[in-house]
Design a protein around this ligand. Structure first.
Ligand code: AMP
Ligand code: ZN
Ligand code: FE
Ligand code: FE
Length: 294
């Protein structure tokens, strides 16, 4: 049964398939223990954890929604596009995600090289090991940050971002170009519901919104991490005005909550969101409503 302190749904969670700390089975166990009704594994550029999570949840009553989070860079910042109820076996989706993960490996290596230029020597093999790259784990800056912490260059992951690898940091390297509109179209092509993640992270998200909707966007993440009700309500209103589903989740990565993320079920998301998301998924899968191919 759902314990009163937890949200019934959490649509934004990371595992070891990307930069989360818990394995898909460990994450499912925690969600079951807290009595959640549905969770979405939204690993960065990877659906690699979904099979294990679905297996782990079998018989528990917990729904595992096949999902992903695709990171893209735009001039004003980062745009992350979430995709729900997608066909995660879709070959075109998998080929594109594999390409993105290969780009992540190259980018991770470039960051390590840039750090070396600054006199900071961390081992690239160790970064890949932390990321579980050999098992298909998506490499990310958090893995570089953990290697920096391990080597004693910083006291925390947060400090690594602040000093070196944050967007304005001296060892920052952007992603290879991939427009958020392309990510939206990719998710639609795989039968999924594309949602703009944590909109306030992108300073000009309202300017960008019409072009994302044009590309096939169907939702806006309104209940996110540590967003306060003062932030949530205007977003919910904007989603309604634009005909978008208001989704939400904790952005839990394992470990302690951060300045922006909470824990599994730690961000209140109304149960009705699940029905609205399912309805949007049914619409997204109708061929007549399909978005153009990327
Ligand atoms: P990447 O996908 O390699 O660009 O890394 C992005 C991830 O790094 C995000 O999903 C967060 O989990 C994490 N991250 C971003 N900014 C920070 C920060 N300031 N401190 C700690 N982690 C961060
Ligand atoms: Zn992450
Ligand atoms: Fe994100
Ligand atoms: Fe995330």
């Amino acid at each position: 049964m759902l314990q009163p302190e937890w949200s019934p749904v959490d649509l934004h969670l990371h595992t070891t398939a990307s930069d989360g700390v818990l394995s898909p089975s460990e994450l499912v166990a925690l969600a079951v223990e807290r009595g959640l009704v549905a969770i979405a594994l939204t690993d960065h550029d990877s659906t690699g954890g979904i099979g294990e999570a679905i297996d782990a949840a079998r018989g528990s009553g917990l729904e595992v929604i096949p999902s992903v989070e695709i990171n893209t860079d735009v001039p004003a910042g980062e745009a992350h596009i979430l995709g729900y109820y997608l066909d995660h076996a879709d070959p075109f989706l998998q080929a594109t995600l594999a390409h993105r993960r290969a780009d992540r490996v190259a980018r991770g290596y470039a960051i390590v090289e840039k750090l070396r230029g600054l006199g900071i020597d961390i081992n690239w093999d160790r970064v890949q090991e932390i990321a579980g790259a050999e098992e298909g784990g998506a490499v990310g800056r958090p893995h570089v940050a953990r290697a920096l912490e391990e080597a004693g260059y910083v006291a925390s992951v947060q400090e690594a971002f602040e000093k070196f690898i944050g967007r304005d940091g001296p060892a920052y390297v952007p992603y290879r170009k991939f427009a958020p509109e392309e990510a939206v179209a990719l998710i639609r092509r795989a039968g999924g519901v594309p949602v703009l993640a944590h909109p306030t992270s992108l300073p000009d998200w309202e300017v960008r919104l019409p072009s994302l909707i044009e590309a096939g966007l169907l939702g806006l993440e309104c209940y996110y991490g540590t967003y306060t009700p003062e932030v949530v309500q205007p977003l919910v209103d904007q989603a309604a005005a634009a005909g978008l589903v208001a989704t939400g989740g904790s952005d839990f990565h394992g470990g302690e909550p951060t300045a922006w993320s909470t824990t599994v079920g730690g961000t209140p998301v109304p149960l009705e969101v699940l029905d609205e998301l399912k309805a949007a998924a049914a619409r997204a899968k109708q061929p007549s409503d399909a978005a153009p191919s990327p």
